[in-house]
Design a protein around this ligand. Structure first.
Ligand SMILES: [Zn+2]
Length: 561
């Protein structure tokens, strides 16, 4: 594609390149940002508008077997939210778990051009990749669930750390994943082996293994760093949602001990308890969690903010789903995937008058407002767990507009507001520059996607142009233009084209002899033949291998096809 475009007169917010609302041209050619284009190139006059890189969602749930189960579980979620076809785009259904087509178009319609599916079982990789392929416009990848993997536990228990690292690398390659994901490490064994049990302490023994969550977390942080992965291990800590869990979260971050680690949806892990009463209503520990993250540059997090209204809790944390089903009160699903992971799905509605829900909402806001380094405390609602990605514009307004925030605070459970620290930081308003960091530049940097989240020469030509508006919710709901890979997808708020995104994955180096360790395990325990398990590279369509730091030092030919 030889399309050329020059965007003129817009105020450019490009934090990775230090541009804070500077009026300057942005030039695009052949899918990339370039320094200049010839005078005959098509022009967009962005006078009175804000120009940003396309949004990057670091953590959401948009494809895979649990997402599909959630779609099937809730026909009522789709019935009133039909996504009609247009001349350029296909139809779908919406609700909290939109269909693949609607997911891609709706992200694009908010100015997002990349999103990472955050929890896929290795066995579900193939169907997940098919769904991602089916999700239009946006670029994507997925994190693979490895934190309760029986073979990896066996190797770790026996102290075979090199084989552990090689096996992890093999699994990332075999599934075409982007990063390793831990979810409530150790809990699946207890859950499966002893009715309704869960892990509560990092030094608990993991069922039949001579292991603890602490050892597991330490090993994965180490292996991911040793492999030089572009994104470190992505950790859903133990005790999600439990009163008093902030101590587990702090302790988990301490395990990293200077090494990179990413804590996901940290809001759900920032709860205190009334002294001496562990079973009581939670309190906010956003201050303590923020202080730790602020002072430990090796740690990054996404917030996982809660927004009021319908959501769908979908998680690999099976014991969590069991706990939530009491509050959901309706239908729910719980499932295991062989030796790989658990899963639970619970439709859920966050209500502003309910103490716990209002406290969660307040803690999410607190974490953003207390952050001293927006590059490391980035934007998410853990879609659709804390709320749909369709609520992002409202969340942005809550962060940018303190009067609006005060009005919203007045509507919710006041005991929860008192128990939070939100009033302590109520004067802060995030700037457009900071919003550009937490929604684009920061997530891209944390993911190690050097072609995303910025408008420097060589970056992907993913650009969103918003009309300036005092109402930031309206502004971020309806970008005037969305350009993806140099193609004008949305013009004057309307779709003008459709496109496929590409899939990012990693291919870390490993010793092929490790297959002699892995294969016998498959033959003994798996329902699938070893030879049929890995996703072949030919299976992928438009994709790109993102190099590890070792590979980047000695570049290999791009495998983009
Ligand atoms: Zn999640």
């Amino acid at each position: 594609m030889a399309a050329m475009l020059r965007i003129v007169n817009g105020r450019v917010y490009d934090p990775a390149n230090g541009l804070d609302g500077v009026v300057r041209d942005v030039c695009l050619q052949d899918g990339r940002i370039v320094a200049d284009v010839p005078p005959e190139a098509k022009k967009i006059d962005a006078h009175g508008m804000v120009v940003m890189p396309g949004g990057v969602d670091i953590h959401c749930h948009i494809a895979g077997s649990k997402v599909n189960m959630a779609r099937k579980l809730q026909p009522e979620d789709h019935r009133l939210d039909v996504h009609p076809r247009t001349r350029f785009t296909r139809s779908g259904t919406g609700g909290t778990v939109p269909s693949t087509f609607a997911t891609g178009y709706r992200y694009a319609a908010l100015g997002y051009t990349s999103a990472m599916e955050a929890a896929v079982t290795p066995l579900g990789a193939r169907s997940t990749l098919e769904e991602l392929q089916d999700t239009p416009v946006i670029d994507k990848g997925f994190f693979v669930l490895v934190g309760n993997n029986v073979l990896l536990y066996r190797l770790l228990q026996e102290g075979r750390l090199e084989e552990f690292r090689n096996t992890l690398a093999w699994w990332l390659c075999a599934t075409k994943a982007y990063a390793p994901k831990l979810v409530n490490p150790g809990a699946d064994e207890l859950w499966k082996g002893s009715r309704n049990a869960n892990i509560t302490l990092l030094d608990d023994t993991i069922g039949p293994f001579d292991l603890t969550p602490r050892k597991v977390i330490d090993a994965f942080i180490g292996a991911a760093n040793d492999l030089g992965l572009p994104h470190p291990v992505h950790i859903h800590c133990n005790n999600l949602g439990h009163t008093g869990n902030y101590e587990t979260t702090l302790e988990t971050m301490r395990i990293a001990d200077g090494r990179r680690a990413h804590i996901t949806h940290i809001q759900f892990h920032s709860y205190g308890s009334v002294a001496g009463k562990s079973g009581d209503n939670p309190t906010s520990k956003a201050r303590e969690i923020s202080e730790f993250v602020n002072t430990h540059p090796n740690i990054s997090a996404d917030v996982g903010a809660v927004m009021f209204g319908r959501s769908t809790s979908m998680t690999a944390d099976a014991p969590l789903a069991y706990m939530l089903r009491r509050f959901g009160g309706g239908k729910w699903i719980n499932a295991d995937t062989e030796h790989e992971s658990g899963c639970g799905i619970v439709p859920f509605t966050y209500q502003d008058k309910v103490y716990t829900n209002a406290l969660q909402w307040a803690i999410g806001l607190e974490l953003f407002l207390r952050s001293e380094d927006p590059w490391r405390m980035v934007f998410s609602t853990d879609h659709p767990n804390g709320g749909s990605f369709m609520s992002y514009p409202k969340l942005i307004r809550l962060l940018m507009d303190r009067e609006f925030r005060k009005q919203e605070m007045a509507k919710v459970n006041q005991k929860a507001i008192e128990a939070s620290g939100l009033r302590d930081c109520q004067d802060r308003e995030l700037s457009l520059y900071e919003i550009a960091i937490i929604t684009r530049a920061g997530p891209a940097r944390l993911l190690g996607l050097t072609c995303k989240g910025h408008l420097g020469v060589g970056a992907d030509a993913d650009v969103t142009i918003y009309e300036e508006n005092a109402d930031k919710e309206e502004m971020f709901s309806t970008p005037r233009y969305v350009i993806k890979g140099g193609e004008l997808i949305i013009e004057d708020h309307e779709f003008r084209a459709d496109s496929d995104g590409r899939v990012f994955h990693v291919a870390p180096d490993y010793d092929p002899a490790i297959e002699q360790v892995i294969q016998p395990f498959f033959e003994d325990f798996y329902s699938i033949q070893f030879a049929n398990y890995p996703v072949d590279i030919e299976y992928l369509h438009h994709h790109e291998v993102v190099p590890t730091t070792h590979q980047a030092a000695a570049p290999v030919a791009s495998e983009t096809t």
